[in-house]
Design a protein around this ligand. Sequence first.
Ligand code: FES
Length: 103
Amino acid sequence: MKHYFEDYLGSQPALDTADLDPGDAGVYEVDDDPLAVYRDDDGELHARSAVCPHKGCLVAWNDGERSWDCPCHGSRFDVGGEVLDTPAVHGLDDVSLPDGSDT
Ligand code: FES
């Protein structure tokens, strides 16, 4: 199971915020953690843990709804990480981007 999880997390691209245009989002690996990163229409970056607090799957960006959706059991989160749809009852964890990532 540990190797599966490492392989799963290791499949995320490294964060390069220069690749994120306003309205873009993605899951990136930062310091061995998967982060859900979204750049809003004003250019501000928003980052949360990409690990769903329900059972630990990784969320994915839903471009149509501008939400983070969990493929495992259907939880959904807004760009601020707050719960939109259960079964998750807690939002995505707050995280900090490394210094210099806000460009
Ligand atoms: S692990 Fe995300 S909804 Fe269950």
